[in-house]
Design a protein around this ligand. Structure first.
Ligand code: SAH
Length: 234
C-alpha cells in the first residue's frame, strides 16, 4: 500500500464494464445517477464509475470521487475522435493537458477555450503520464500511442471543417466530451489526473459511421491499459 486510491471514470458502460468486472471485493454506492464501485483493481485501491456523457456529468463525478471516497488520483478512460493524420482508429492518446473547445469569451479578450478565472489548459500529472505510457508499451506494444492535448466540449465532432479548427486553433490531438471537465474538477481539488483515450473515429465526415463500428473495441483496449496501469501502481 502506497496511499494511492485511484478514481477511474468512463462516460459510458462499455468503457467501464471490464474494469468493474475485474474489481475485487467491490461495494457499490449510488449518487447523482451514478453507481460507484469501490474495490481493488489488480491490487490497487480503486473506485470505478460510469459518469454519463458530457462535461457536467464528468465534473460532478470527480467531486463525488473526492468527497465521498477520498480518491488521491483520477484517471479518465474511454474513446475519442482523432484530430491528427498520425492517429488512426485504435491508436492511443495520453493527455499532456486538456482544454475546452466550446468555451467562448473571446469578445472580452480571452483566448478561445479559456473560462475566465481558470487556466486556458489543465496540465496532466507527469508521473501518471509516464505510468500510462509504460502501461501502453506493456499491453499494446504494437499500438501507436502519443502524448498530447485532449480537447473537450459538449459536441460530437463529425465534420472535417470543425476538426481542423480543433487541431489548428486549439492544438488538440483528440476530441471527446468529458476529459477537460475531469481535468478542471481534478485541478481545483488538487488531484493529479491523466486522460487515456483510444481512437474510435476521425472526428470528420466519416465519424458517424466509424464511431458505432469501433467504439467497443477501442474502449476495451483503453480499459486493458488502465488495468495494467493499476497493476503497476499497486
Ligand atoms: N453511444 C452514445 C453516444 C456517444 S457520444 C449513445 O448513443 O448513447 C460519444 C462519446 O464518445 C462521448 O463520451 C465522447 O467522449 C466520445 N467521443 C468519441 N468520438 C468523439 C467525437 N468525434 N466527438 C466527440 N466525442 C467523441
Amino acid at each position: 500500500m502506497n496511499g494511492i486510491k485511484l478514481g477511474v471514470i468512463g462516460a459510458m458502460e462499455l468503457e467501464v464494464e471490464a474494469l468493474r468486472a475485474a474489481l475485487v471485493g467491490a461495494r457499490s454506492t449510488q449518487r447523482a445517477s451514478m453507481t460507484f464501485y469501490e474495490g481493488a483493481l489488480r491490487g490497487l485501491p480503486c473506485v470505478v464509475v460510469r459518469c454519463g456523457i458530457g462535461k457536467v456529468n464528468a465534473a460532478l463525478c470527480v467531486q463525488l470521487l473526492r468527497d465521498l471516497f477520498g480518491v488521491t488520483h483520477v484517471l479518465n478512460t474511454g474513446v475519442a475522435g482523432s484530430l491528427s493524420a498520425q492517429l488512426d482508429i485504435g491508436d492511443i492518446v495520453v493527455s499532456s493537458d486538456a482544454a475546452y473547445h466550446d468555451v467562448d469569451v473571446t469578445a472580452l479578450g480571452y483566448p478561445a477555450g479559456q473560462m475566465p478565472g481558470m487556466p486556458a489548459v489543465f496540465p496532466a500529472d507527469a508521473d501518471l503520464i509516464a505510468r500510462a505510457q509504460a502501461a501502453c508499451a506493456a499491453v499494446a506494444a504494437d499500438v501507436h500511442a502519443q502524448v498530447g492535448r485532449v480537447v473537450s466540449g459538449d459536441q460530437f465532432v463529425a465534420q472535417g471543417a470543425r476538426k481542423d479548427v480543433l487541431a489548428r486553433e486549439f492544438g488538440g490531438l483528440c476530441t471527446e466530451m468529458e476529459g477537460a471537465a475531469v481535468a478542471h474538477a481534478a485541478s481545483v481539488n488538487g488531484l493529479p489526473f491523466v486522460i487515456l483515450r483510444a481512437i474510435s473515429d476521425k472526428a470528420d465526415d466519416s465519424a458517424h459511421m466509424d464511431y458505432p463500428t469501433f467504439e467497443r473495441a477501442a474502449a476495451a483496449r483503453c480499459a486493458a491499459i488502465v488495468e495494467e496501469m493499476a497493476a503497476r501502481m499497486a
